[in-house]
Design a protein around this ligand. Structure first.
Ligand SMILES: [Zn+2]
Length: 263
């Protein structure tokens, strides 16, 4: 009986990996019912290790874990889905890395959030297959915000609470969403929200991914959406007074530009 209690089984997504000592690795994994965990994978850097291929970054795995005094230890790993494209395409890989980082920043250890787990797994899948992976990234950001208690308000003005009309408006991360046009200049941090971007935000918040995936967005709309959601995320993280380095990096990086320059 004691033996059984020392082990537990869970499915998990591998979000982050760091070297730990001579041959071990520290894994940040996200599970549906145990939340985010830090686990030790012993000896996985040895070429001969049979577990080596089973704890690759971004994979969806089934784990058998042994409770340890400080860190729990991966005892067995079985791959459920390797998400191979995330390893073969550098841009998709960096997007998956960003998704993993957001999950780490938005969740506390051992704080279960099953819907966020399934959203993350679906997002890894979409980053592999979507015609427009940037759209999958924006969809993830918007819904991850919602699932962690920061759903942007897109239907009622965050200043006067009146029902919003579909017209060019303003977006304010510090107020939590969209403001009607008559508040122009009244709030410190508000950015113009164009009508097409407003419509896409609402569409992404209410429609399933299968519908959203059919949208074809211009680079300009992509840039605007990225900027609004990025500002929103930075605001949320700043309020939590953590992730300073991550926020700095967010401010430096722009996916759309990277894509434009390449093509
Ligand atoms: Zn208003």
């Amino acid at each position: 009986m004691m033996e059984r209690e020392r082990l537990y089984r869970t499915e998990a997504l591998i979000l982050h990996r760091t070297e730990f000592g001579e041959a071990d690795r520290l894994l940040h994994v996200f599970t549906p019912h145990l939340g985010r965990l830090r686990l030790l994978a012993k000896g996985v850097r040895k070429v001969s290790s049979r577990k080596a291929g089973h704890v690759e970054l971004f994979t969806h795995v089934n784990l058998l874990v042994a409770r340890g005094s400080t860190l729990d230890i991966v005892s067995q790993a079985e791959v459920l889905e390797p998400f191979r494209q995330l390893h073969e395409d550098l841009e998709r890989a960096s997007m998956a890395y960003y998704v993993g980082e957001l999950v780490i920043r938005f969740t506390e250890e051992q704080d279960a959030n099953a819907p966020l787990f399934y959203l993350t797994r679906s997002t890894f899948e979409r980053l592999c297959t979507a015609r427009d992976p940037l759209l999958a990234l924006r969809f993830f950001e918007l819904h991850a915000l919602g699932l962690t208690g920061y759903r942007p308000q897109l239907y009622f003005c965050v200043a006067c609470q009146k029902r919003l009309e579909l017209v060019p408006s303003y977006f304010s991360p510090s107020m939590g969403g969209v403001l009607c046009p008559r508040h122009k200049g009244q709030v410190e941090s508000m950015a113009p929200l164009t009508l097409p971007a407003f419509k896409v935000l609402r569409y992404m918040q209410t429609e399933p991914w299968e519908q959203v995936a059919t949208l074809r967005l211009s680079a300009q709309i992509h840039l605007e959406l990225e900027s609004h959601l990025r500002d929103f995320i930075v605001h949320v993280l700043e309020r939590q007074l953590k992730s300073v380095e991550f926020i700095r990096r967010l401010r430096r990086e722009q996916w759309v530009n990277a894509f434009e320059h390449r093509s």
